[in-house]
Ligand binder design. Structure first.
Ligand code: DON
Length: 307
């Protein structure tokens, strides 16, 4: 067994035994049904070596992790013009906060809080019908993960559609400032659906490889984005990827990372590895509780913090 495999196996064994598991997201009823006892971890090294253990092949709702990929796609479509619609500063507020939008004239602080991600989705939608925009996002995920079996969990999307009142408020509020171009219900329909994409840790780690390797997927040699853009996406993940928990994540883990309320985290060790972890129970900021602890263990043992 390689050192990486040993570390991954030991972390998974430890995490499976822990009883402090956090709380599953309840505001999306379908996510409240997920068994909090699950834990998966997948790490893909620069040479393509995979170390994966636990529930690494169980699909889960990627939720806000999808925002990394919609940001990548939207930057590809509209370039740096995107930053006129969305900022790139940490918000210091919860992911679904409304308060800054009024002071800052409807411009969300960054593309990872819900308001920012809804504005990014609106940019992707601008060239398409909702169904086409969603197809584009899903195909992008399938392409990056090299797996055409990846799908959207319609039950999760419908569940959020019924209860996503805050997102409806955020989208309408931004619309009043002219930050949303399309009918709010179209933009939100695409947003709820891309959040409801289901993937495994293994698939997600494959999809994140371009961010760890200067914009290029080392397995195919294909350039997904320029190296400079990959660096910048990683910078926004580091500073904003965990909302008001971003400072704590950088302090403890020391890697760019993006969480989702499904309990997943995608983390990027530049030049070294793409990492996906999943533990459904969340901390108070809505980030995976054991996922963060596992990543802290991993980077400490392997010396992978970027600092
Ligand atoms: O819009 C929402 O509230 C969810 N679809 C996504 C939020 C989320 O994943 C926050 N991340 N930890």
């Amino acid at each position: 067994m390689s050192n990486l495999e040993t570390v991954v196996t030991e972390i998974v064994d430890e995490m499976r035994q822990r009883t402090d598991r956090g709380e599953v997201a309840r505001y999306i009823p379908e996510l409240a049904r997920v068994d909090p006892g699950q834990f998966g971890l997948a790490v893909i090294g620069a040479d393509g070596t995979v170390a994966a253990a636990g529930d690494c092949d169980v699909p889960f709702s990627i939720q806000s992790i999808s925002k990394v990929f919609t940001l990548t796609l939207a930057l590809g479509m509209v370039g740096d013009r995107l930053w006129q619609r969305v900022g790139r500063e940490p918000s210091g507020s919860p992911f679904n906060s409304v308060v800054q939008l009024e002071y800052e004239r409807g411009i969300p602080r960054n593309p990872f809080i819900n308001a920012g991600a809804i504005a990014v989705t609106d940019l992707i939608l601008s060239r398409h019908q909702p169904r086409e925009a969603l197809g584009e996002i899903l195909r992008f995920m399938q392409f990056l993960a090299q797996d055409t079996s990846i799908t959207i969990d319609e039950a999760v999307a419908a569940s959020e559609h019924r209860t996503g009142f805050r997102n409806v408020a955020l989208a309408n509020y931004m619309k009043s400032f002219g930050v949303i171009d399309n009918p709010v219900e179209y933009t939100l329909g695409v947003y709820f659906h891309h959040c409801a994409i289901s993937m495994t840790c293994r698939q997600l780690a494959v999809a994140g490889r371009f961010l760890a390797h200067s914009g290029r997927d080392p397995s195919t040699g294909l350039s997904v984005v320029q190296a400079e853009r990959a660096r910048r996406i990683n910078a926004v993940m580091l500073t904003c990827g965990h909302y008001d928990g971003s400072g704590e994540f950088a302090y403890r883990v020391g890697l760019p990372g993006k969480s989702g309320v499904g309990g997943g985290i995608l983390a990027v060790a530049p030049g070294r590895a793409s990492i996906a972890v999943w533990a459904p129970g969340l901390d108070a900021a809505g980030n995976s509780h054991l996922g963060r602890i596992a990543l802290e263990r991993l980077t400490k043992r392997l010396g992978w913090s970027i600092f």
